[in-house]
Design a protein. Structure first.
Length: 103
């Protein structure tokens, strides 16, 4: 199944679980997307797919006045999505997320 769609995410951070929305869509064969969360609307960059149900991307996020780069990976199984966010900052823990496709 395709990764395209709007996904309702639950992101498990060290500060609690937070909702987010991930939108993935294909434009001319290229997968694009963005994440909308309490940190704002963050476009995904360098989106690649290992298969029809797996993706990898990078994003820049601003938190408390500092910008951080992050690697994001995800894998879909039907309308369910699991993944992780690795923030490129010393000692930052890997953040896991789960999601359900809304459409």
């Amino acid at each position: 199944m395709s990764l395209d769609g709007t996904w309702k995410l639950e992101v498990a951070t060290p500060f609690g679980t937070h909702p987010a929305t991930l939108v993935l869509d294909r434009n001319g064969g290229t997968l694009n997307g963005h994440i909308d969360s309490k940190l704002g609307n963050t476009p995904l960059k360098n989106v690649t797919t290992a298969s029809e149900d797996q993706f990898r991307a990078t994003a820049s996020m601003t938190f408390q006045g500092r910008t951080f780069e992050a690697d994001i990976t995800g894998q879909a199984a039907g309308d369910q999505l699991d993944g992780k966010i690795d923030v490129k900052f010393p000692l930052a823990p890997t953040v896991k997320f789960t999601g359900t496709r809304l459409r």
